[in-house]
Design a protein around this ligand. Structure first.
Ligand code: SF4
Length: 323
């Protein structure tokens, strides 16, 4: 796809979210225009906030930690459900200093064990968060600098090499998985997207990713691996663990960002919201590009591979009247 088509694809997706995802049906749009308008305003506000998200090298430790402490909970879960608990999680986990004493020593600390026992169902995630708090605080004590300064040391965030170093540093120190680490980087303002199951499935469907580069670091040879266009959720999830795919995806999205003038964060929001489960609290009353995509409603259809060709692995697309 050429740069001009990226512009039209993204404009079509954005317009579809605002005009179609905000209403459950044509009848609802006609009978309850005020409700639909309120949802549109929420969608526009979210996209606007994503467009404004700026990288801040002087970010405070508290701001850094508030983005870090809840990210593991979003892994493989519907975003609307986790978002409802964001304030609660921030109240409980939002101060990294709470986890620094010997009582919070992983595995042996009294408070650490009591905390995990109290909330057994979230044990893995909580364990990661407590360990991350302690690791970040230790780097601070040792070097007397902010978390962001620690992260940026020796890495230029504007270069690919720098972003890879930042990713590797976060992954090795915090122990979060690949998708969660990209999610955190994105929320910290770095120009990346998060390769979660929804984004991966949609970029394959749309023809944004048709292949990815596999580079042999030892020999320097490169080959191209095809991306399955009709991807199942399991395949999309697995792809998010593939380092080669993830970095090819970052480069492709950077290319689209450059062609369209839309930030990486906003690209992620616009594409993912097309395929995520309904999230009415935030204005998305209907999923347009879910398991069975509603292509007849989609204003990006002419610029999307699946929209043009017509079938998915799950079966024929459902046709509903356009509103
Ligand atoms: S698959 Fe259909 S609904 Fe999804 S982006 Fe393409 S045209 Fe739109």
């Amino acid at each position: 796809m050429a740069g001009k088509d990226w512009v039209q694809l993204m404009a079509g997706l954005r317009s579809t979210l605002i005009n179609k995802a905000a209403a459950r049906s044509r009848q609802e749009a006609e009978n309850f225009p005020e409700i639909v308008e309120q949802r549109r305003a929420k969608i526009l506000a979210e996209i606007g906030a994503a467009e404004k998200l700026a990288f801040d090298p002087a970010m405070s430790d508290d701001a850094f930690w508030s983005r870090t402490c809840t990210k593991p909970f979003y892994a493989h879960r519907p975003v609307d459900r986790i978002r409802q608990h964001e304030a609660e999680m921030q109240a409980r986990l939002g101060n990294y200093r709470d986890f620094l004493g010997t009582d919070w020593e992983p595995d042996t600390g009294r408070q650490f064990r009591a905390f995990l026992d109290e909330v057994m169902s979230e044990r893995d995630y909580l364990e990661k968060v407590v360990k991350a708090a302690r690791t970040l605080a230790q780097t601070k004590v040792a070097r007397e600098r902010t978390f962001m300064e620690w992260l940026l040391a020796g890495a230029d965030p504007l270069s690919w090499e720098g972003r890879r170093k930042i990713y590797a540093k976060l992954a090795s120190h915090l122990g979060y998985g690949a998708v969660t680490t990209f999610h955190l980087m994105m929320e910290l303002g770095f120009a990346v997207v998060k390769p979660d199951q929804v984004l991966n499935r949609l970029v394959a469907r749309m023809g944004i990713m048709t292949e990815y580069e596999v580079r042999n670091e030892r020999t320097g040879t490169r080959r191209w691996h095809p991306v399955e266009s009709n991807m199942t959720t399991a395949m999309a999830r697995q792809l998010g663990q593939n380092d080669h795919f993830n970095w090819s995806l970052q480069r492709r999205m950077a290319e689209i960002s450059k062609a369209t003038g839309i930030s990486m964060r906003a690209l992620d929001i616009v594409i993912v919201k097309m395929g995520q489960v309904d999230d009415e609290a935030n204005g998305y009353a209907r999923t347009i590009c879910g398991e069975t995509p509603l292509c007849s409603l989609c204003e990006a259809k002419a610029f999307c591979d699946l929209g043009r060709t017509g079938t998915t692995k799950q079966g024929k697309r459902r046709h509903v009247p356009a509103i």
